[in-house]
Design a protein around this ligand. Structure first.
Ligand SMILES: NC(=O)c1ccc[n+]([C@@H]2O[C@H](COP(=O)([O-])OP(=O)(O)OC[C@H]3O[C@@H](n4cnc5c(N)ncnc54)[C@H](O)[C@@H]3O)[C@@H](O)[C@H]2O)c1
Length: 334
């Protein structure tokens, strides 16, 4: 297939782009604004492949999007482009509104004009928190942060384009992702890199927030299944095979890195922090998908990847990220 992958310079988008070019022989054009989280290093290994092309541009730019479509002639658009960090959405929500609301609208208009299949990549956070049981695609939408609220708004807009214009649009919602190339503001790479540097490991609240972890290669494959086999207008949840409280994740990282448990430091909880996310994946399994990576193996492999790929994270850890970290946690990185 010829695909326009928006946000393909980020963590999951680049994982998807790599998978489609290398394993499926697709022609992939990445359109990405290159925010702090978008990096050309993320697709460095496929950048010279004949099936890959990169265009720098924002999804809310009503000139850049049609130009990217003219240049790449895609059969489908897959939209990963987003602001993705809940803490940043609490401090500075404006970019979240712009990218998720306006950006999704501009992409939908372009896809509609060409009658193109469109997959919106979304998150379990649109359902809010669940104490027991698991969310299905029919569960009510109860987002609680500016991040999840604007992602929910984007999902509703996508569904309205199916209902109103008959546009072949689909949504795939994932649970918490982890794996190589994840920006170190997120829990797992943050803890790995702090552990390796002897820095404190800041755990929010009591650390008992439960997350349903999915390896990014599994989520990327679920999105590919939805793209190829999903029914137009439908939503598909893709949850990971394992759930785990944050504190257990941190303890396991301490073991895997050989850090000291004394580095763990409990800090004031995030405002409105959701307690538990859990997704049922029955519907996407019926399309032939299943998660391949169990959390135990995936986490060990992710720790090894960060250990071995200092070239990737060192420029981040010595750049603007330091200032962000200091603002967020009130202390400098070591
Ligand atoms: N990380 C997770 O755990 C997770 C879980 C479920 C769903 N998701 C969803 O998956 C998608 C990708 O998440 P990620 O973790 O890879 O994010 P990320 O922050 O690593 O990457 C986001 C990418 O989008 C680009 N981008 C941001 N705003 C843009 C704009 N206006 N125009 C063009 N490009 C723009 C960034 O430059 C970056 O390359 C998001 O839609 C997110 O909501 C993420």
């Amino acid at each position: 297939m010829r695909l326009l992958v928006c946000g393909g310079a980020g963590f999951i988008g680049s994982t998807f782009a790599r998978q489609r070019v290398v394993e499926y022989g697709d022609e992939v054009t990445v359109l990405d604004k290159l925010t702090y989280a978008g990096r050309e290093e993320n697709f460095q290994d496929i950048r010279d492949d004949a099936g890959f092309r990169f265009i720098r541009g924002a999804i809310e730019d009503a000139e850049a999007v049609p130009a990217a479509i003219r240049a790449s002639q895609p059969e489908a658009i897959v939209n990963f482009a987003a602001e993705t960090h809940v803490d940043r959405s609490i401090a500075e929500p404006d970019a979240f509104v712009r990218t998720h609301a306006l950006g999704t609208y501009v992409l939908l208009e372009a896809a509609r004009e060409h009658g193109m299949r469109y997959v919106q990549v979304s998150t379990d956070e649109v359902y809010g928190s669940i104490e027991e049981g698991t969310f299905t695609e029919e569960s009510p939408l109860r987002p609680s942060s500016p991040y999840s609220a604007t992602k929910t708004g984007a999902d509703l807009l996508v569904q309205s384009y199916f209902h109103t214009y008959g546009m072949p649009a689909l949504i795939c919602r994932g649970s918490n992702n982890y794996g190589p190339y994840q920006y170190p503001e997120k829990l797992i790479p943050l803890m790995i890199l702090n552990a390796l540097h002897g820095d404190p490991l800041p755990v929010y609240g009591d650390g008992m927030q439960v997350r349903n972890w999915i390896h990014a290669t599994d989520f990327a494959r679920a999105i590919g299944h939805v793209l190829e086999h999903g029914e137009e207008g439908e939503v598909y949840n893709a949850g990971g095979p394992d759930e785990c409280p944050n504190i257990d994740v941190v303890n396991r990282i301490v073991e895997l890195t050989g850090a000291s448990a004394d580095q763990i430091e409990y800090v004031t909880d995030r405002p409105g922090h959701d307690r538990r996310y859990s997704l049922s994946s029955e519907k996407v399994r019926a399309l032939g998908w299943s998660a391949q990576v169990r959390f135990e193996e995936g986490l060990a492999e992710t720790v090894s990847w960060y250990r071995e790929n200092e070239w990737w994270w060192e420029p981040i850890r010595s750049g603007d990220y330091r200032a962000y970290y200091e603002r967020q946690y009130g202390r400098a990185l070591g």
